[in-house]
Design a protein around this ligand. Structure first.
Ligand code: ADP
Ligand code: MG
Length: 729
């Protein structure tokens, strides 16, 4: 075995779990220890300031800058007591991670020494250099300056020695340069539109929240094996590697016993997460070997998004402590399941979940139907955009493969809910009017609860499934910032609910009673959004045909899918809800295309390097050994016999020659294709060129490399193989 591979495999096998002593307290006692949450605000802020700040957080009251100094003073006191020495504005630029620049609390004290200082000004606003982050050209048109501004609705927290303050990040001219700013606007828009619709049913409703419960899937790989794979190191996925003889076909990993080394990692991670106020709850093995899942209790959407970004960073950190590397890539290994991040999404008022049946009263149930149908309508109208919101160079490997939702957005409702909608659609107007009455109802809305309770027919193939009290947006990628999907979904619903309100109000103005007006519009929508409703097998080829007939977006090329952000319907949706302007959408698409190109470019370079520096030399070396053998056969045997005995080796020699020649030719061609693509000015055209010309070339090169892996001497192969990466833990 190649020396390095031999050593890392041997070391990995010998590793034992790193046991970290758990805290003595119970989770409820150390939960949010490092968070400046309400409890700490109460203790560290003057009561008037506390009241003002909670009003900002709970009711969206405007932030009064005059309280900033006092909030900063309270935060500083707490942070210093906790041992923090630095602070940072923590934000989500349009990259995959978060950004932070740490500053120490120290300032001159005017007496030749220093003192700890943190003012309201520093809390509220800072000026990171916008030109150093992706901005899609906004900086060229305007100014390089950008601002990060405090988001009081997500509490500050301490990581290591640093007080982190969640912020939005915007350009000097006000355009968002991050995920959080448009997310907050989308959440506000859906709150406004949904509250107005709730008033049909309950005039007391003050606020509607969007909730998010994500389920984070990931792989763990031993760090030694990881380090011996340049592709994992540089791209987060394996660019070569033949299937292991055994992978997930025995279905023996899912929900199986968690391996001890992994369990130790999970426990350690959970303690850290809980201390940061992330309510992690569920852990289990996933379908593929070495694949796992972590899920918290759902939270308000903005906070849940922050927590997801935080947990991904935490996972990377804690994994290293345990001698692992965490792979958050959507498809680290070909041929076994990839990783997703189901976004469980729902709406709720100050009094309860809106997508939940049974309700206590017929009005509750009508409200439930109203929100379900409007959600379907929103998803139908913007199915292409929703797909764009979850599309990326990395998630493309997963969508449409035989394990994850296809690259077509549709919605699963289940038998009972489908029946209810059918019934409403086909019922007569008079019949429906009796809905709010108590007697003689054909469609007895209070019966819906009984129908829905047993909602067990879950369909794993659907990208947007109703699961009892929420919708599960399953197409989201494991590495993605959930905000992207949540911005699109909540904005689409905000627009849709406003349209609904308009339609219902028109009927009411014409003299229609409220309930029958609502039902009339609901019935109209049920008919209109039928194409999005699909309860069948989303993985089947028939569905692709059917979806096309229904007019759903079936595009599979990621750079082209991004066009959905710039259609008139999308621009209108984002502008009418005040979430993003056309200029922002255009700039963000530039970033998306550029990011796509860069990802593929890096992969193509790494693959070229692997092919030329690892694969071809090793294959040739092995081939030389075979040739040597053939020669020597001729020395010890008569020619005819020697040729006969060498026949198989001759075949191998030729196969290696053919495959290495193919690989070399295609690597060269790929380099040329890149040169051509790199000259293209337009980011979109360049990304399309990478998609159309580079991606298929990589597939072909890989195919031959994987075939070589099967024939070349195992001892010579330098790269850890799938069986090692997937089964050593
Ligand atoms: P699954 O069976 O799909 O793995 P779970 O029951 O484990 O689902 O729940 C997955 C996630 O859904 C959890 O984060 C949970 O908190 C969240 N969730 C449950 N109800 C809601 C809801 N009404 N809104 C948003 N998320 C929810
Ligand atoms: Mg789920």
């Amino acid at each position: 075995m190649s020396d390095l591979r031999f050593r890392v495999v041997e070391t990995a096998f010998k590793k034992r779990p790193v046991e970290v002593a758990p805290p003595k307290e119970r989770p409820s006692e150390y939960f949010a220890k490092y968070v400046f949450n309400r409890d700490k605000m109460f203790r560290y802020l003057p009561s008037k300031v506390f009241a003002k700040l909670t009003d900002v957080i709970d009711n969206g009251a405007p932030l009064d800058r005059s309280i900033a100094d006092e909030v900063a003073a309270g935060m500083k006191k707490w942070a210093l007591e906790m041992g923090a020495t630095h602070y940072t504005h923590w934000f989500h630029p349009l990259t995959e991670g978060t950004a932070e620049k740490h500053d120490a609390f120290i300032e001159h004290d005017g007496k030749g020494g220093v003192m700890e200082e943190f003012t309201g000004k520093l809390l509220v606003q800072q000026e990171p250099d916008a030109s150093s982050f992706p901005n899609g050209g906004i900086r060229n048109t305007f100014e390089a300056r950008g601002y990060s501004a405090w988001d009081p609705s997500s509490p500050a927290f301490i990581v290591d020695d640093t007080l982190c303050i969640p912020t939005i990040f915007i350009a000097y001219t006000g355009e968002s340069l991050d995920y959080k700013a448009p997310l907050l606007k989308a959440l506000r828009a859906v709150d406004k539109a949904a509250t107005a619709v709730c008033h049909y049913f309950d005039p007391e409703v003050k606020k509607v929240y969007a909730y998010l419960g994500w389920e984070q899937e990931y792989f763990l790989v031993d760090e030694g094996l990881y380090a011996a794979r340049p592709d994992l190191l540089m791209t987060g996925r394996t660019l070569t590697g033949h299937d292991s003889a055994k992978n997930q076909q025995l279905e023996d990993h899912y929900f199986g016993a968690i391996p001890p080394r992994v369990a130790a990692f999970m426990k350690d991670l959970e303690v850290e997460a809980l201390m940061l106020g992330i309510p992690v709850k569920t852990r289990h093995n996933e379908v593929a070997p070495n694949q796992f899942e972590l899920a918290p209790v759902f939270e308000e959407c903005n906070l849940a998004v922050d927590h997801n970004m935080l947990i991904m960073a935490l996972m990377r950190k804690v994994a290293r402590r345990h001698g692992f590397r965490v792979l958050l890539h959507e498809k680290p290994f070909k041929g076994v399941n990839g990783s997703g991040k189901h976004n469980n999404w729902s709406l709720g008022t100050d009094t309860g979940i809106l997508l939940h049946a049974p309700g206590k009263t017929p009005e509750d149930n009508l409200r439930f139907i109203t929100f379900v149908v409007n959600t379907l309508m929103a998803v139908y109208r913007h199915n292409g955009l929703l797909k764009a919101s979850i599309s990326s160079a990395t998630n493309a490997h997963r969508l449409g493969a035989n394990e994850a939702p296809p690259a077509i957005i549709s919605s699963f409702l289940g038998k009972q809910l489908s029946q209810v909608l059918d019934h409403i659609e086909h019922s007569e107007k008079d019949e429906l009017i009796s809905l709010s009455g108590k007697q003689g109802m054909k469609l007895d809305i209070p019966q819906i609860p009984e129908l829905l309770i047993d909602n067990t027919d879950r369909n794993r193939t659907s990208p947007f499934a109703f699961t009892g009290n929420r919708f599960e947006f399953r197409a989201v990628g494991s590495e993605a910032n959930c905000a992207s999907a949540m911005i699109a979904l909540n904005t689409a619903l905000a627009e849709q609910l406003a349209d609904f309100k308009h339609d219902v109000d028109c009927l009411i103005e014409q003299g229609e009673p409220k309930v029958s007006a609502i039902l009339e519009v609901v019935r109209r929508y049920i008919k209109a959004c039928k194409p999005i409703h699909f309860d069948g097998n989303g993985y089947s080829d028939e569905w692709k045909e059917e979806a096309r007939r229904r007019g759903l977006d079936c595009e599979t090329s990621v750079p082209v899918i991004f066009d959905n952000y710039l259609t008139e319907e999308s621009v209108c949706m984002f502008e009418s809800t005040g979430v993003m302007t056309r200029k922002e959408l255009e700039a963000r698409n530039e970033v998306k295309w550029e990011m796509y190109t860069k990802k593929i470019q890096i992969e193509a370079r790494v693959l070229g390097d692997l092919a030329m520096n690892h694969i071809i030399p090793v294959a040739t070396q092995y081939q030389t050994g075979l040739i040597d053998n053939v020669f020597k056969m001729r020395q010890i045997y008569p020619a005819e016999k020697a040729d006969k005995l060498s026949a198989k080796n001759m075949e191998l020699i030729e196969e290696i020659a053919d495959r290495t020649a193919f690989i070399k030719e295609h690597v060269d061609a790929m380099v040329e294709a890149r040169k051509v693509a790199n000259k293209i000015e337009s980011q979109r055209t360049k990304a399309v060129a990478y998609h159309d010309n580079i991606v298929p070339a990589m597939e072909q090169i890989r195919y031959h490399i994987d075939k070589l892996e099967l024939i070349v001497d195992n001892q010579m192969w330098t790269l850890p193989k799938y069986r090692e990466l997937l089964f050593i833990r």
